[in-house]
Design a protein around this ligand. Structure first.
Ligand code: GDP
Ligand code: ZN
Length: 446
């Protein structure tokens, strides 16, 4: 893909800084570089030079770096100008570059060109944005892994297995008289089952990748006065939520971004879940239910006397939501601090007020958020998880069809659709709408 226009943008963050960076990409770069430098710059070499207006007036002094295509970020000729980090100077420099032969870049346009030129695939391009936006060390590390292609390679491996199986089955279709026997071959079933297992593992890793990227979403629920706001404050280490003795104080949903030892959490303190006639409170309860629908974890706050009864609040949750029962206020009774893995939920006995027993909760949340994923843990987006879930559906259907009817055509069609869904992750198949949605959320200059 060759672009005929040349794009330019300030790549460093807005505002005053020690150094500011201007980036230019496209066919006009050699001409722009020669005009600014007075002669052709040497590739990949830092030249200290004066940046001047066309009439010779000095704009700034700084470094000029020239990366000829295709060995550059975008795959095109790229010029990087480093000057003083003054918005005024950088703006003047940008105008000068555009006057010679470039236009302002749209958000994400450099990375979009890198994608279109095959420098990185779509999942890697998304990881670039996620890396820049990372809110925790674990998130940044994971995004870096994805940018390096760890996730993409796994998708690619899965794709290879899928294609091999498709070829196998489609070969059988081409020989109708032998098709039945061929499809009965246990090797085909084994291959398909191995593929499904491989996919399940990747889906799990991708789900963890989303949590590492977005932060674990925890919805705190429970009766009014159970201690939800107190727990939020204890975890956040501040008094952001309002703690009072009057039931029903937290009427809106309070959100807190938290960084637990390098792991990102998003805590939402919801209104108490109880039937109520107060319209304002009822709205809070409605939002609490909405919060649960988008949460990774439902954290039920209760106390020793109500625990079994309140457990009903955790019923009817989607199966992917992790459940934690936080039995609060043990400082008032004689129950000990504790932690128990039960079938219905993880149980923690603690006190939000004194902090006793909170460490177990913190550790568990960190595990759920993706800590301990190891060196290879990669970031992912919800879009990727949805695509992998689609793949899982098609593989399950192919499996059913083969077991029940040995209808090779139908199985082959399911595999074809599975392959398409996988290809959407890395951008083998992508629409302009998808690309637009992805790259428009980037910063300018990236
Ligand atoms: P919410 O309505 O669920 O958000 O409950 P709050 O966090 O506002 O707490 C209600 C009351 O319980 C407040 O008076 C808190 O100080 C008190 N409380 C919360 N956690 C504890 C605890 O662990 N021990 C004791 N003794 N009191 C607590
Ligand atoms: Zn509250």
């Amino acid at each position: 893909m060759t672009h005929t226009d040349t794009i330019a943008a300030i790549a460093s963050a807005p505002g005053a800084a020690g150094v500011g960076v201007l980036r230019v990409s496209g066919p006009a770069v050699p001409a722009i570089a020669a005009e600014l430098f007075g002669r052709d710059p040497e590739p990949r070499r830092a030249h200290f030079t004066a940046f001047r207006e066309s009439d010779g007036e000095l704009i700034d002094r700084g470094l000029l770096l020239y990366f000829p295509a295709p060995a550059s970020y975008t795959g095109e000729h790229v010029l990087e100008l480093q000057g003083h980090g003054s918005p005024v100077l950088l703006d003047a420099l940008l105008r000068r570059v555009c006057a010679i032969g470039a236009r302002w870049a749209r958000p994400g346009e450099f990375t979009e060109r890198a994608f279109l030129n095959g420098k990185l695939d779509l999942a890697q391009a998304e990881a670039v944005a996620d890396l820049i936006a990372a809110r925790s060390h674990a998130g940044a590390r994971a995004a870096l892994q994805s940018m390096e292609g760890v996730f993409s390679r796994k998708v690619h491996d899965l794709l290879q297995s899928l294609i091999a199986l498709r070829v196998h089955i489609e070969a059988a279709i081409d020989f109708p008289e032998e098709e039945i026997d061929f499809l009965a071959d246990p090797v085909i079933t084994q291959q398909l089952h191995a593929l499904r297992a491989e996919l399940d593992a990747l889906l799990h890793e991708a789900q963890r990748g989303v949590r590492l990227n977005d932060g674990l979403r925890v919805a705190i629920i429970g009766r009014p006065n159970a201690g939800k706001s107190s727990l939020l404050n204890a975890l956040a280490g501040s008094d952001r939520a309002i703690v009072t003795d009057i039931a029903g104080t937290t009427r809106d949903v309070l959100r807190e971004q938290l960084n637990l030892d390098g792991i990102a959490l998003e805590l939402a303190d919801t209104a108490g879940l109880r039937d109520t006639d107060d319209p304002v409170e009822r709205e809070g309860v409605r939002r609490a239910h909405g919060e649960l629908a988008r949460a990774d974890v439902a954290l039920l706050v209760t106390d020793v006397g109500h625990a079994e009864h309140d457990l009903a609040l955790l019923a009817d949750l989607p199966s992917h939501v992790e459940r934690i029962v936080f039995v609060n206020k043990i400082d008032l009774g004689d129950h000990a601090v504790g932690y128990d893995v039960r079938a219905d939920a993880i149980w923690v006995w603690a006190s939000a007020k004194t902090g006793d027993g909170l460490e177990a909760l913190r550790n568990h949340l960190k595990q759920l958020a993706g800590a301990g994923g190891g060196e290879g843990a990669f970031s992912a987006r919800r879009r990727h998880v949805l695509a992998l879930e689609q793949v899982a559906v098609h593989l399950a259907r192919a499996d059913d069809v083969l077991q029940a009817t040995r209808a090779g055509e139908l199985a082959a069609e399911e595999l074809r659709q599975a392959q398409h869904a996988l290809g959407e992750i890395t951008g083998t198949y992508s629409s302009d709408d998808l690309l637009g949605a992805i790259f428009s959320s980037f910063c300018i200059g990236k």
